[in-house]
Design a protein around this ligand. Structure first.
Ligand code: GRF
Length: 218
C-alpha cells in the first residue's frame, strides 16, 4: 500500500502544469500521488494527459449546473470519493465558491504566472510587458476566497527581457512554473508548510530553502 498523499488536480485546458505534477509523482520518492483530475471543459489536452498516465479523469461541465455552489459540490464529491487530501488548481479557469475554498482551506493551492501580489487576475503577461517591469515570475499560493490573494508558498523570479513579447514571457514563465509547482506540492505533502492564521508557515527555516529561486537564463 502506498503511503503517499492523494492529490486532486483541477484543470480547464492544456494541462502542462498537470503534466509537471504527473512527472514529479512518477519519481519513487515523491510524497504525493494524483488520485484524480477534474476538468470543467471536455476534450482538453489535460484530460488526455491524465488518461495517458492512467489517472481517473472527470469532466464536470460548469454550464450544466444551476450555480457555482452545486458545481463545486459535484467536484467536492469526486475529490472526497478519491480520498484526496490536497487539491491543486492548475490552469483552472473558474472562480470557486467561498464554501469550497473554506472546506479545503490549507489544502488547496494554485499556481499563478506572476510575482504576486503584483498582476493578479487574467492577461498577466500582456500587462507585465506593457508595464515595463523588469522582473516577473510565478507564484504558488494557498487559495483563499479573494482571487490570487492567498498566502504565498513559493515563487520564482524571472527577468522581463527588452524584446519580450507576451508569448515569449509566457513561455519562459511556464518553464519555471513546471519546476516550482512540484516543489511547493512536495513541501505541503510533507507537512513542511501549512496555512496558519492567514500566513504560510514553514516547519524549519531550511524548508523554505530553494523555494525562492531565480532560474538562470537559457
Ligand atoms: C499557467 O500559466 C498557470 O500559471 C495559470 O494558467 C496556466 C495554465 O497552463 N494559472 P497549463 O494548463 O498548466 O498548461
Amino acid at each position: 500500500m502506498s503511503g503517499r498523499v492523494k492529490v486532486g488536480v483541477l484543470i480547464s485546458g492544456r494541462g502542462s502544469n498537470l503534466q509537471a505534477l504527473i512527472d514529479a509523482c512518477a519519481e519513487p520518492d515523491f510524497p504525493a500521488e494524483i488520485a484524480c483530475v477534474i476538468s470543467n471543459v471536455s476534450d482538453v489536452e489535460g484530460l488526455r494527459r491524465a488518461a495517458r498516465a492512467g489517472i481517473p479523469a472527470h469532466t464536470v461541465a460548469h454550464g450544466t449546473f444551476a450555480g457555482r455552489e452545486s458545481f463545486d459540490m459535484a467536484m467536492d464529491t469526486i475529490l472526497r470519493r478519491a480520498n484526496v487530501a490536497i487539491v491543486c488548481l492548475a490552469g483552472f479557469m473558474r472562480v470557486l465558491s467561498d464554501r469550497f475554498v473554506e472546506d479545503w482551506l490549507g489544502r488547496l493551492i494554485n499556481i499563478h504566472p506572476s510575482l504576486l501580489p503584483a498582476f493578479k487576475g487574467l492577461d498577466v503577461h500582456r500587462r507585465v510587458v506593457e508595464s515595463g517591469a523588469r522582473i516577473s515570475g510565478c507564484t504558488v499560493h494557498f487559495v483563499v476566497p479573494e482571487l490570487d490573494s492567498g498566502p504565498i508558498i513559493a515563487q520564482a523570479a524571472l527577468p522581463v527581457l527588452p524584446a519580450d513579447t507576451e508569448d515569449a514571457l509566457a513561455a519562459r514563465t511556464l518553464l519555471a512554473e513546471h519546476t516550482l509547482y512540484p516543489l511547493a506540492l512536495k513541501l505541503l505533502a510533507e507537512n513542511r508548510v501549512r496555512l496558519d492564521n492567514g500566513r504560510a508557515m514553514f516547519g524549519q527555516i531550511g524548508d523554505a530553502k530553494g523555494l525562492l529561486f531565480n532560474p538562470p537564463l537559457r
